[in-house]
Design a protein around this ligand. Structure first.
Ligand code: PHE
Length: 357
């Protein structure tokens, strides 16, 4: 009996130190396997008398059952521990808030462009877009800018390979080429309607006025806190039979006051030079109140469209006249939101950009 108890105890001890199911199966084999200690005892009974077999057999069976019970307890304990570990490892905190999807929004310069389009739209201006890779003709020649003009130098412009007079060969330095592109389309359309035998001569018939803005990207070899190699411009063009500098002043002043939502704003048309306008003026604005009060800030170039440019539009300058301007939406955005470094607009830093949503 003592021997059986000792075997049960050593089985329990062996089971309790088993930490993996494989350990446990090995331990089981030592006691219940083919040549395990209990099995050996059973085999040893062969020589006993019938009575002895009965009592001895019953005792061994009890021990066997005790060992099997211990084995099952340990199996269960190991399975429980395994489950616990798995639960710990795969812990899922269902109270954690889900990952938010960031709300996107428009870039501050896009907001400005939308604003510009809405304001000029309300004044009857069409909105046009044109190519950023331009030809010499549209970017310079058609705009009365001669071959030897410094604006054409390699320093001022990005040239692309393989251009010719007709094939695009440069990144447009301003949106002014759109004056020509848009006007030519307009004139073609109406000269056909009103005067189909115009041919190549200049159109001097009647047509609806040309009134358009052309916002978009422009490029120059320039890079500092207030200049970026890629920047935005918005061209404006109004050509009709009696469109004067006075109209330019009125339209642009009205635009600035609407854009900045302020009547405390003074404009100055400072004499300047552009090959494609005559006379020409830089437009400066001055806020009368607020953090920028008293400073003159340049926002656009402008002027009466030069007769040579009117001709390149296919129009007779004896009949048609108008004004053009080119303003800087990036600058307007900086002024409107009080941003002091232009590069912030193009860095793509979400902390900066999200402030405009
Ligand atoms: N294109 C000129 C510039 O980029 C601006 C301008 C446009 C001036 C239209 C006059 C008329 O500086």
């Amino acid at each position: 009996m003592n021997e059986l108890n000792a075997i049960v105890e050593s089985a329990k001890a062996a089971f309790s130190v088993a930490v993996t199911p494989a350990d446990l199966e090995n331990a089981k084999a030592q006691f219940l396997g083919k040549s395990g200690r209990i099995t050996e005892l059973m085999k040893g009974m062969a020589a006993l008398s019938v009575d002895e077999k009965k009592s001895r057999g019953a005792a061994i069976n009890l021990s066997k059952q005790a060992i099997e019970a211990a084995l099952n307890d340990r199996r269960q304990a190991l399975a429980d521990a395994e489950l616990q570990m798995q639960l710990q490892a795969e812990a899922l905190d269902v109270t954690l808030p889900g990952r938010q999807r960031g709300q996107g929004g428009l870039h501050p310069v896009s907001l400005t462009l939308e604003r510009i389009e809405a304001i000029f739209g309300s004044m009857g201006f069409d909105v046009a877009q044109g190519p950023e890779i331009e030809t010499d003709w549209f970017n310079f020649t058609a705009l009365n800018t001669p071959e030897d003009h410094p604006a054409r130098s390699m320093h001022d412009t990005f040239y692309v390979e393989g251009g010719s007079q007709t094939a695009p060969n440069l990144l447009r330095t301003h949106t002014s080429p759109m004056q020509i592109r848009y006007a030519v389309q307009h004139v073609k359309k109406y000269s056909k309607v009103f005067n189909s035998d115009q041919g190549k001569s200049l159109f001097s018939g009647a047509m609806p006025e040309i009134r358009v803005i052309a916002p978009g990207r422009t490029y120059r070899v320039d890079s500092d806190a207030t200049h970026s190699p890629m920047f935005h411009q918005c061209e404006g063009l109004w050509v009709g039979e009696n469109v004067s500098f006075k109209d330019l002043k009125f339209v642009f002043t009205d635009f600035c006051r609407t854009f900045f939502e302020s009547d405390d704003l003074v404009l100055r048309f400072r004499p300047s030079f552009f090959p494609f306008t005559e006379p020409s003026a830089e437009i400066d604005i001055q806020f009368q109140t607020g953090p920028l009060a008293g400073r003159w800030l340049e926002v656009a170039g402008s002027g009466q469209v030069h007769p040579n440019v009117i001709r390149n539009m296919g129009l007779d300058p004896e009949r048609y006249i108008g004004f053009a301007f080119g303003m800087g939406p990036d600058r307007l955005t900086m002024l409107r939101y009080g941003v002091n470094d232009l590069r912030l607009f193009f860095d793509g830093d979400i902390r900066f950009l999200s402030q405009f949503q």
